[in-house]
Structure formats: C-alpha cells, structure tokens
Design a binder for this molecule. Structure first.
Ligand code: DD3
Length: 337
C-alpha cells in the first residue's frame, strides 16, 4: 500500500472546527492555492437566453441555455450552459453578521413579526456559477428535466445493449485525464495514492464550493483507465477499492475532521462518466443520485466481490433511464421483444 500523503492542515481562520479552512493570505499571494479567488471573466461574451433548461425554487438553482459570442445583429452564436445556484449558509459568518449591524431594508412589520431584505457583504453573497462552454447537444439534454424509468439490466442486457451503446458513444472524459495528469485542478487535490493500478486521486466534486461541510462532496478517481464502471469490477480490484475506502476516509478526517461514520461512500450505476470513480458525500446531504436505484455503497461492493469475484458481471442491476436517452428506446424495445 502506498504511503499516506495527506496534505498538512492549513491554518485555521478561527477556532471553530466546523468551519472550513481557507489558505492564508500569504499562501494566496504566493499562488499556492489560488484558482478560487482571482477576479475572472466568463469564457465567452454576451449571453442570449435560449431556454430555461431547469429551475427549482426549492433548490434555488437555475439552468440556462444561452447563445454566446454572437456577432452584432446576427444569430450565429455558440451554445453555453450556465448553472446558477445559491449556496448554503456559512453559519458562523451569518451569526457574526447579525451580531453587528447588517445592511437591511424593512419589508413589513406586524405585531412581534417583521421581515427584511438583508444584504450580506460580497464575500457572503456569491452565487455559485458553473459554465459548460462550448456545450454540446448532450449537455443541453442532460440538464433538461426528464421523466425517468427503471429497468433491470441483466448480464445479457449489458453485453448486448448497454456496452455496445457505450462503445460507439465515446463521451469525452478529458477532464478526468486532466485531473489525473495534474493539468487541471492540481491545487484542489485533497489526497493522492500514486500507485498506477491501486491508486487514486481524491478531489472536491465540482458541485461542492467547499465553504461548508453540510453538502460535502468529493470524488475519488482511480489512476487506472481500464475500469469503466461497477460492471467491470472483479476481486482483482479489491486492493484499489479498499484503498479508496480507507485512505479516502482517513484523508477526509484529516482535512475536514469528519469521521467515516458521517460519510456516504458509493458508486453510481449507471455512472455519468465511464471512468471508475467513487462519491464521498456528507451523510446528512441528500445528493442527487444517492437513491437506492443508483447508489451502491462501496463497503457493500467490496463485500460482494469478496464473496464472488464475478458478482457484478452476473447480477442484474437496476438502471434508471431518461425517456429521451437512446438507451431507453433500446431497453424498452428489447423488453417488448
Ligand atoms: C460534468 C460530471 C462532470 C457538466 C458538468 C459536470 N468534479 C466535472 C469537469 C471537471 C467535474 C467534477 C460534466 C467536469 Cl457541470 C458536464 O463533472 C470536474 N471537476 N465532477 C471536478 N472536481
């Protein structure tokens, strides 16, 4: 097993252990850990809304498809997806704000009740913005709200339907290779076991802004490139999977003071990208894709492989498919005979 190389804890901003540590100003000035603080511009100019792909008042999230880089007076733009999301509160910071004199506008007051518009300072009022540019038709489709239907994929379904479909599909996972090769996000890596066959990189998922532990979300991406999904796993991969579980939990304990018993550690089937990866989320956080038809706890996967090396080749696995997914037609057609 490779030596643990957990990064040393960074200096705490204050004494609160729940708070996430940010790099000190010296570190930021030295450029050690930037990429999350520099002023920036969007990677395109202009944004003409084509469609609201999805919105949720409850989740406070908005998915927009826009045309960008359009010449004046022309409609020849490229496609971009912009996802805007209000982030969870940083409790300590908000409490501190209330103890001072926050900028307020009264909405109304009635008896003992009153409501206000509170305008937090800029560092507490950011909107998490995720950009996909240039966006393909696949991206646009991915964010459109769609009905799901559940199937059971047998060993034969996988061999005759799913696998051939995947092979001619070749979705780009360049971003995964960029992480593994340290070409992108290198300063965000939380832990690495560099072993080429039993090693992995642990990194915050793009969905997590790392400002509060409530919605903690990291992914472990394995170094080897020949494991597409749960379906490919055999007992040969047990050392890799055990490393991910044990070293991943230990790294999260060191960095975030969160115990393994407070984490949900699981794989998706079907995954959204076909390079083996494991999700680490806060147990109290109902991350998308943590429902029983998609999430397989890593600890269970390990035990199943210990009992039967070919467990995931032989078993039927549930798959939830969007009705606009070409695979949906193949499964429905196949089932009707
Ligand atoms: C993705 C699944 C993939 C759109 C969007 C996200 N974590 C990522 C690139 C870099 C990353 C991830 C595909 C893409 Cl919004 C299409 O996710 C990523 N970096 N999940 C990290 N750390």
């Amino acid at each position: 097993m490779a030596a643990l190389s957990v990064q040393p804890l960074k200096r705490k901003r204050n004494e609160n252990a729940d708070k996430i540590e940010t790099p000190s100003t010296e570190e930021q000035e030295a450029g050690v850990s930037t990429g999350n603080s520099a002023a920036a511009r969007l990677p395109f100019s202009g944004f003409r809304v084509q469609k609201v792909l999805k919105e949720s008042a409850r989740d406070k999230i908005l998915f927009l498809h826009g045309k960008v880089n359009e010449a004046p007076g022309e409609m020849n733009g490229e496609d971009a997806v912009v996802i805007l999301e209000k982030t969870p509160f940083q409790v300590e910071q908000m409490a501190q704000l209330l103890s001072g004199s926050p900028e307020l506008q009264l909405q109304f007051s009635n008896d003992i009740y009153s409501t206000y518009h509170l305008f937090p300072p800029r560092q507490l009022s950011d909107v998490k913005t995720t950009v996909v540019y240039p966006a393909t038709e696949k991206h646009l489709q991915k964010y459109l709200r769609q009905e799901l239907q559940l199937f059971r994929e047998t060993e034969e379904d996988y061999r005759t339907i799913t696998l051939p479909y995947l092979q001619c599909q070749s979705l780009s996972i360049q971003w995964v290779y960029n992480i593994l090769e340290k070409k992108s996000e290198a300063d965000r890596i939380i832990f690495e076991n560099p072993d080429p066959s039993h090693g992995f990189i642990l990194i915050p998922d793009l969905k997590w802004n790392q400002q509060q532990l409530d919605d903690l979300y990291l992914i472990a991406i394995c170094h080897r490139r020949d494991v597409r999904s749960l379906r490919d796993l055999t007992s040969e991969h047990l050392p890799l999977l055990r490393n991910i579980l044990l070293e991943g939990q230990e790294a999260i304990l060191q960095r975030y003071q969160l115990k393994g018993s407070c984490l949900r550690v699981y794989l998706h089937y079907l995954p959204s990208y076909f390079h083996l990866h494991v999700h680490f989320t806060a147990l109290g956080f109902e991350a998308p894709g943590s429902a029983v038809e998609r999430a397989h706890l890593l600890a269970d996967v390990i035990e199943n492989l210990e009992c039967d090396s070919k467990y995931y080749q032989h078993r039927s696995l549930p798959i939830a498919l969007r009705t606009d997914d070409p695979l949906f037609q193949l499964f429905q057609g196949g089932k009707k005979g």
